[in-house]
Design a protein around this ligand. Structure first.
Ligand SMILES: [Zn+2]
Length: 291
């Protein structure tokens, strides 16, 4: 979770963009070539765990990390903000890793914070490189030049999604479903959120319906149907592009952060989701959605 759009909408902000600046020089002058965003000794833009997984699930974790590239410093934020849910989805990577193991599923996890560039936002979204999240201004994102924005896209967003594209392409003849793993805050704008977890879908809701039914067999759980967040092609990237865009059944699984706050709790939720996934019949691919 920690979707900035909650507060962006709440405070009426409509996604103004930075004024256009000149494009960087491409005349070959070495002094004009921008340095890459990531230094050679920094971790890569993404990690693939269990790349050769034989199961039908393909896992994504768009908000796995709160790391900031060294060159960007702290984006003007204090340490508390950089540990906060605005920077990442606490617990989501832990659940995703356990699921990767339980379902023998490849997992692609983003290596850097959503505050640098959000891998689950279309590039045209004002929240792609958000200037504000949960009421907190992100100083390091306020005056980006087009070149600086392009550097983040090239270093982080593209490699992550290119890796997912390649992985799905390699599996094109095998039954595959895309599961995008996120976490959300227990409260929003002072209100308690009732769902332990939510299953969200875009156009093809067959996989979501089956997983919902399986998870709801445990009547002690409150599972959201397209809650806490519906998927919107203007706001979401991974499910519309890698799922519906390829005709693959796909869901976003959101888990409330307080129910996966420890490794043991995250493992228990991974087991619950794995059990639900194993209990259903995977829907057949649909017609790919043209993007
Ligand atoms: Zn998320």
């Amino acid at each position: 979770m920690s979707r900035a759009r909650d507060t962006a909408q709440a405070d009426g902000r409509q996604g103004e963009t930075s004024p256009a600046a000149p494009a960087p020089s491409t005349d070959g002058d070495a002094h004009q070539v921008p340095r890459p965003l990531l230094a050679p000794d920094e971790p890569p833009a993404f990690e693939i765990i269990n790349a050769g997984g034989r199961g039908s699930a393909v896992l994504l974790c768009d908000h796995a990390s709160r790391r900031i590239p060294r060159r960007l410093g702290d984006l003007g934020l204090d340490a508390a903000a950089l540990r906060d849910h605005i920077a990442w989805d606490p617990g989501a990577a832990e659940v995703a890793r356990r699921l990767s193991d339980l379902l023998d599923a490849p997992l692609t996890a983003s290596g850097y914070s959503r505050l640098v560039i959000d891998c689950n936002r279309p590039l045209q979204s004002p929240e792609s490189v958000t200037e504000r999240s949960a009421g907190i201004v992100i100083p390091g994102n306020l005056t980006l030049t087009p070149a600086e924005r392009a550097a983040r896209i090239d270093a982080l967003f593209r490699p992550y999604h290119d890796a997912v594209d390649a992985l799905l392409h390699d599996r094109r003849d095998r039954a595959t479903a895309v599961l995008s793993i996120h976490s959300f805050t227990p409260t929003l704008n002072g209100g308690r959120r009732p769902w332990h977890a939510g299953i969200s879908h875009w156009r093809d809701r067959r996989l979501a319906e089956r997983l919902l039914a399986a998870l709801r067999r445990d009547t002690t759980l409150t599972i959201g149907d397209n809650q806490p967040y519906p998927i919107d092609e203007d706001m979401d990237y991974s499910v519309p592009v890698h799922g519906d865009g390829r005709g693959l059944p796909a869901v976003m699984i959101e888990i409330r952060q307080d129910v996966i706050a420890t490794a043991a709790a995250a493992a228990a939720w991974a087991a619950r989701i794995a059990d639900a996934y194993r209990a259903i019949d995977l829907p057949a691919p649909s017609a790919a959605d043209p993007q």
